[in-house]
Design a protein around this ligand. Sequence first.
Ligand code: PEP
Ligand code: MG
Length: 755
Amino acid sequence: MLDVLSQITQKVSMANDLNEALAIIVTKVQKNIEADVCSVYLQNDQNEEEFVLMATIGLNPSCVGKVILSAGSGLVGLVAQKGDPVNIAQAQKHPAFRVFQELQETAYNGFAAIPIINHKKILGVLVVQSQQSKKFSQETIDFLLTITSQLSSSILHAKAIDRLPVNSVSSINSDRPIIGSPVSPGVAIGQASLVISSQHLGLVPNHQNKVVEDEIKLFMSAVDEVKKELKALSEELENDNLLKEDVAIFDAYIMMLDSKSFISKTLNYIRSGNWAPGALRQTIEEYVDLFEAMENRYMQERVKDLCDLGQSVLNKMLGSEEKIDFNEQSILVAEDFSAMTLSKITSKNVKGIISVKGSGTSHIAIIARALGIPTVMGLSDIPLRRLNDCQLIVDGYSGKVFISPSEAIFKEYRQFEKEEIQLSKSLQVLKDKKAETKDGVVIPLYVNLGLEEGISSAKDTGAEGVGLFRTEFPFMISKQFPGEQEQTPIYRSVLKSFAPNPVVLRTLDIGGDKTLPYFHISEENPFLGWRGIRISLDHPEIFMIQLKAMIIASEHSNNLHIMLPMVSTLSEIEEAKLLIIRVYAELVSQNYQVALPKIGVMIEVPSLIFQVNDIVKRVDFLSIGTNDLIQYLLAVDRNNSQVADLYQSLHPAVLKAMNQIIISGRDHGLPVSVCGEMASDPLATILLLGMGVSSLSTNIAALPRVKWVIREFSQKEARHILAHVLQLSDTILIRDYLEDKLEEKGLAGLIRAGK
Ligand code: PEP
Ligand code: MG
């Protein structure tokens, strides 16, 4: 059954639309469990209380789209309402059974219905029926449960595809947005431009090709390369004395790549206008259909091989680089972005960013936010392949994305866009003003940076220093570990640009979701694994080069602060300090005119919350890394869009922990800053002000917004608000209360589209 499951999942993920996806499900399920009927009912988008027959094998096909059941009515309605499967031998004797004459289902007795549930929401019901009066076996029910749980997200995805106007199923209103995680505030209206990575053949869209001959050449040389690799592999395995049948599979692949029909089909698609990757996908899809229609089980099982082969050719065509084609009206769309791609764009050449993967505090999200481009991530329902060139609206406040909506929605958002421009103009006025509360408390505002390119826009916002320079980003876009000569100028440029104001350089924080192409780490649980300071201390040779580069770079500016990431025990601080002092002493002995840098620790692992009293004796400053602190406190992966709604920066436990850290630090006279993304949230600003934070380090786009909030409140007011919030036990109540407070000050425009 595992084979059947993976075949169905694979085919459904390649379906062009909802009808095709559902047809695959009912056909395959009916055949594999030998039922007489298999049908799918889905919730009506117009009325969530209704379930519509969407696909069937065995019942009257003309009823598709016409038979509608209310939740609670009939057996299907009952399952849809309760979310519990049923399995009965004689459906017609069940009190809830309802007759639909037109369905012609009176001949069927055995009946099982399984709810299709995604993230607690009942999307529909899968029904199987048999003429025989029998209950389906437990094994069959388990299989159906596995199918529905596996396919619910694909069904949701296919439903999203059908929202597009290019599809004929248009009772569904395209004014209904798809909702993801809001990542970077702002509103963008533009044209979708798909970033193609070589990740998934099934996601490759059709594209008008530019020069037919170039596409043909691209395709043919990819085929040749794959053939060569397969030949070499087959020879190697033969020498290893592998079974003849195992080696034969490679010959079969090569034959397939050589086959006239494979080549000519793809070339035909190219000649009729598609680009080579799209043409390849079309050919592979055609073969998959053909193989699956065969009665021969062996051929059916070859579908996976076929897809793998297509994928290899695609990888050769696209290389490891992502392909992007964009202009200043584009909204970049991708399954996932790499740091490399985002390093190529600026707020001047792209209007918005959306992606299937990622959530608010993933590192890719942090880069997007630093660019100040409206961004939504975690859009698992977005119909990627169908999106290219569509008109999109991205609402980076609410996480809504509209695909080719009506003129009324465009009008509303054009107005919001205008208001956004006005808002940024009024924020610009604050550039040279201090972040000073109504009762005279000044909170220095620093900026988070990762690449030198951000320096000038950071200065434009009026940042008074750098509260976090993520040194790993230059490492991530390098081809090998950058040496002292490569690192020093980068650090010098940021230190010099802000001198005499402080610049906090964080030591290398790789591991977790930040990988280096040249330093492979393979772990089951990377966020709890070899990360940050743990790697630096295990590789003192790399750590010391970095420390040396940092200290040399600080010559003459003397504003260097070194910050240690991912510290979980005091001994790590001690060890790192020894190395810092050793490097410093060596440099002094070599006559470098340098000052001993200030040393600080990020509080981002929960164990440190309870050790602030000990840490304060060992360091000069603390900075709370809320991005990780929240993920470790709440046990919610910061990158996982499946659990993004549980990642709550205003969770009562998070706020209590933050308050405790800030109070303990300040009681010992140690400055405590916040450099996680929470510092960039205008709602949280009020609370951090109330807690008595010493400074904040925000992303570039957020800095003026945070300044505006600070200037509208007094610290006394903020303390009252904090005291009230600390009594509340629920994140939603806290959020609503803080939103009201911003609204009262006329600052609602900072947290939603429009005034
Ligand atoms: C944090 O964890 O809050 C932080 C600032 O570090 P990073 O996001 O780079 O892990
Ligand atoms: Mg961190």
